[in-house]
Design a protein around this ligand. Sequence first.
Ligand code: G6P
Length: 587
Amino acid sequence: MCGIVGYVGKKRAAPLLLGALKKLEYRGYDSAGIAVLCGGLAVRKCAGEVSNLRSTASMEGTCGIGHTRWATHGGPTERNAHPHVWKRFAVVHNGIIENYQSLRAECEARGEEFYSETDSEVVAHLMEFYYAGDLLGALKETCARLKGSYALAVLCSERPGTIALARYKSPLVVGVGGGVWCASDIPAIAAKDRALYPLADGEFALLGDGAQFYGREGRIEKQPVGRDMSESIPLKRGYRHFMRKEIDEIPAVLAKCRPCALVSASFPGVRDGLAASSHITVVACGTAYHAGLAARCAFETLARVPCTVTVASEYRYADPVIGEGETVIAVSQSGETADTIAAAELARGCGARTVAVVNVTDSTLAGLCDDALPVSAGREIAVAATKSFNAQLMVLYTLAATLAEAKGRRGYGDLLKEMPELAAQTVSVGEGVRAWVAYFVSASSVYFIGRGADYVAALEGSLKLKEITYLPSEGYPAGELKHGTLALVEEGTPIVAVLTSERLAEKTMNAVHEVYARGARVFLITSLAEYAASKELTGAVVIPQCGEVFSPMLSVIPLQLLAYYVSVARGIDPDKPRNLAKSVTVE
Ligand code: G6P
């Protein structure tokens, strides 16, 4: 899973490719590379981030392709970096070639040599095999042999000034204006006066003086899509890391959502569709899945609509029962997560009404669902999702509040209006977790516990901690701890309990007593001040009250801060944790 880019025009390609690749690093930063046509093929590759790419100054050509990688097949080494080159061809690829082993064996049987462990290298070999002067024809024949997913950009040393493209189940967009461009996403190449043409599955393009588009049968015309150019690339503005800045942005993001007006006025189809739904299913991955779990509490408790939440990668192969009158909500920050897209496609194909809850509104997911609700978190740079989670909750809670209102249960929308102010207070008191860092920094494992909505916050807090500190960590239902995980608690094991439910407070405190009795160091995030003074606690942060169901929107904030400060204390860059990517566009 990776980001690809291409440029052909009048300017030197290398610096333009590097600039666009930087914007695609959210898709992976295991290695980078560019290839430029200048006489023959000039190629530079490196392990690690795009900024590690050296000696590109001497690359003079005005036509090139580039790649930033998230390793799937083969380690994050220079050897496995794209572009992959075989004889006259250089290829960059985003996706997975599932049948690469048999294709590679076929090429090797012809005496061809491979140098990498990647699935992608075989594409350059197939291009060379099928090429007889017709670049597009060779690409079509190559793609006909591939199983899996791909966005491909191909250079041929015999075709100066031309880039050939193919797309199947991995995003690819062409930009015309100020040269001709291609990239895995729109923001990487969007510019004023540049027309943008997303390719559809099965489409091809040749970029040169302009862009020509092709379906399997022949030439096709495409219409450019609109793009809101007002969004600028965020800067750190004095912050050491984007993640810390993005946590500080949560109150402003929640204020911007204006959710109730949004759902009722701007998306009546979503409101009416949901009101008619007998069942809601949420599909998502990672942090967005946790947003779905939090939403379930709201849909069921406030609106009394049954709701199931499923990890998208499971849903797509589970042969799910998709009933009539069902709404499937696909939640995704990027709108490009392959599993979430596939789950939404499946649901739509089975007749469900599909709603995307997305931060990137011109994403693939937004385009394929019946409706797309924007979460309006603004661009999120840090790999670990923070403000987009709180914003997803705002939209999902608003849907639940709207449904509840339709059933005569009023007042929840008003509560949501207070959230920006309460979130600002929470960011401020959440800084208290800095005093806890020393107890976590060398822990061998950490546990987060809670019940109901507090359990969802525990899950997300645990995910944040493990992804940016590399500490083994689990989120657990407080009542389930004693059925196994308690065996792992030792003297000094840090345990974070989340407690905002008055109804369940004593029950959660039972688990606190139990782990304390076994030597754990217990830390509490609570909106119930009376529990903060409990003698078992090493630390407590008291956050504002906002009702049990909506509480993860606030209680997660000190957990995000805890993960951030522990990460920094461990000398890790929280914005770019190892092995991860902001958006996972492969299975
Ligand atoms: C990756 C990111 C996570 C994110 C997940 C889902 O794993 O590192 O932060 O939650 O993908 O991404 P999405 O864009 O679909 O919300």
